[in-house]
Each structure stands twice: as structure tokens, then as C-alpha cells.
Design a protein around this ligand. Structure first.
Ligand code: DGY
Length: 321
């Protein structure tokens, strides 16, 4: 009998079809799967391919039962998967790093440009029929050359953001859990504590994973440290920023603007945030390039195939101890 794989959402490309050659594969539709259907569908499966929007916790693993050997999360972030619980059950958890690095870093830079050059504001201005002709002081923004970009988190995405910012003539500083002096020398970037980075930066870009240490790492106190002219970019996870504090800071002029691709509750973006002029909001699409999304599907499928055929996949995020 073939091993069974449940895929919680249709994925781009033909990778899932290839998976069907070796396994019995059940794919949910292109609609979000609700909790009840998820619990029901995973019963007895050997592998799950999940999205970042689904909580893969003890209840789901219990429902799947003892056949479950692999959870391949279709994302680089895996804060939605209870890795400790998976460890206890010797279930391999994988993610999709490396293939979306450029896409997410490009998006961070895109959001920065959008806010600083007031691109979405300009777009809205035209669509609302307000543009009557060129004016010297119409929607004047800020250039990026010689501005200080503070990158928080020096993983693959943070590093690519550094490269892009360097090519724009920005001065780049960074903060990370671990300092990398060799890298600093190579890229000409300077390490600072988070507090110093917030004080010094014209733009702060967040590229840290969400976990206990990073949850709410940017709140009222941290926003107050930033320059009044500064812009915050978040392509990481909504939970890294205290959203209420950010909204207050944006309303009160504590910082000048924000570019956000991720939100505390992505099904319910606060109206107060939507109403703000000085923000660019995108619907969690930083990794949404065709190149990245196809490669993410390939990685997730390869991971499932490896585990179910008795090999250890490349991108394991748990079982470290
Ligand atoms: C990820 O892969 O974690 C990203 O947030 C997807 O855009």
C-alpha cells in the first residue's frame, strides 16, 4: 500500500503531480482549509505539506497518528509548527529557505522605496483624480543614498537586503543574535546593539524569525528610540512588532512611516492601520515571485519524498538535540 500525503492547499507548478507517482496524495482546494477539515483530512497520513497559515500542533499530530513522519512547511518561517511536539514524536519538520531570499529582500527594498518615495501615495492620488499637473512640492519624499539602513536579523534574507542596500549607496548597520566579524569586513557593515541600531537608522528592516525571543521585539519603547524621520519595514512576521504600538507611533509622528507585508492577525488588518497615509501595506506577498513559489513547492515535495523513502532531507528545522 502506498504511503499517504496530505497537502493543505493547491501549490503552483507540477511538483505535486510528481509526488503522486510514488505516494497517494490528497490535495485540499485553493481555499483555506479550516481547522475542522484539517483535523479530519490528516487522519492516518504519513506526510503533510502545510502552509504558514495553519497551526500544526499537538492536536493535528494526534489526529494524524503514528504514521506521520514528516511535516513540510511551505515557507521559510515555521513558527506555525510545534517543533517540540514533533521532536517528541520523531516527526521531521522542514521549511523552504534559500529559494525565496532574493524575493523577500527585494520586497523589503521595494517597501522602503514605496514609503520614502511615496509611490503608493502617488498612485492613490492619481486614482482619486487629484493630479492636475506637476508641482514642485507635490508628494516630496526622501532619497535613500547615504541614509542608514539598520537590518535586524542576519540570516539569508537579511544578508541579501544588505547587498541590495549597499548597491544603492546606503550605509548599512545590523543587529543579530550572533555577530559575524568576517562578514562585516566583507560587506562593509557595522554591528550594533538593537538599541543603538534603532537610534541610528533612517530605515529599519526586520528579517528575524518569530520565536519567544523576537515576539514583540519592536514595541513602544523601541519605536521611541527611532528617529522621528525613520521608516520601519517588516517582511518577517507580524508578531515581531507590537502592532498597536506601531499604529500609535505612526499616528503620533514618533516615526515617519512603515512598509508592512506581515501583520499580527492577517485575516483582520486593523482599520486604524489601513487609514494611515504614511504606510505601504502588502498582503504577505514578499516571497510571491513565480521563481520563488515554484522552488518552494519543489523543496517541500523533495523533503516529503526524502523522509518517506527513508532519507534525511536537506532542510530540517527540528531534531537539533
Ligand atoms: C515565509 O516563507 O515564511 C514567508 O513569510 C512567505 O512569504
Amino acid at each position: 500500500m502506498k504511503q499517504r500525503v496530505f497537502v493543505t492547499h493547491k501549490l503552483p507548478g507540477k511538483e505535486i503531480d510528481k509526488l503522486k507517482e510514488d505516494f497517494e496524495v490528497d490535495v485540499w482546494s485553493d481555499k483555506d482549509i479550516g481547522r475542522k477539515d484539517l483535523i479530519d483530512k490528516v487522519k492516518g497520513v504519513d506526510g503533510i505539506i502545510s502552509l504558514l497559515t495553519e497551526k500544526i500542533d499537538k492536536e493535528v499530530m494526534d489526529a494524524a497518528g503514528e504514521n506521520l513522519k514528516v511535516i513540510a512547511n511551505y515557507a521559510v518561517g515555521f513558527d506555525n509548527v510545534d517543533c517540540e511536539e514533533a521532536d517528541k514524536r520523531k516527526i521531521v519538520v522542514t521549511n523552504t529557505p534559500g529559494v525565496l531570499t532574493e524575493s523577500v529582500a527585494e520586497h523589503a527594498i521595494g517597501l522602503m522605496f514605496s514609503v520614502m518615495k511615496r509611490i503608493t501615495e502617488g498612485d492613490k492620488f492619481i486614482r482619486e483624480g487629484k493630479f492636475a499637473g506637476w508641482e514642485p512640492d507635490l508628494l516630496v519624499g526622501t532619497g535613500v543614498r547615504d541614509k542608514v539602513l539598520g537590518v535586524v536579523g542576519l540570516g539569508r534574507i537579511g544578508r541579501w537586503t544588505v547587498k541590495l542596500a549597499n548597491s544603492l549607496g546606503m550605509k548599512v548597520i545590523y543587529h543579530s543574535r550572533t555577530r559575524d566579524e568576517e562578514y562585516e569586513e566583507m560587506e562593509g557593515v557595522v554591528y550594533h546593539s538593537l538599541e543603538q541600531l534603532l537610534e541610528m537608522s533612517d530605515v529599519v528592516s526586520l528579517s528575524v524569525p518569530l520565536h519567544d525571543d523576537t515576539k514583540g521585539m519592536i514595541g513602544k519603547k523601541e519605536l521611541k528610540l527611532m528617529k522621528r524621520s525613520a521608516v520601519l519595514i517588516n517582511t518577517a512576521r507580524g508578531g515581531v512588532v507590537e502592532e498597536k504600538d506601531l499604529i500609535e507611533a505612526l499616528k503620533g509622528g514618533v516615526i515617519a512611516g512603515a512598509g508592512l507585508d506581515v501583520f499580527w492577525d492577517e485575516s483582520k488588518i486593523p482599520v486604524d492601520l489601513i487609514k494611515l497615509q504614511n504606510v505601504t501595506l502588502t498582503p504577505h506577498i514578499a516571497s510571491a515571485t513565480i521563481e520563488a513559489r515554484l522552488s518552494m513547492a519543489k523543496l517541500a515535495v523533495d523533503s516529503v519524498r526524502s523522509v518517506l523513502l527513508g532519507r534525511m532531507p536537506e532542510m530540517v528545522v527540528n531534531m537539533k538535540k
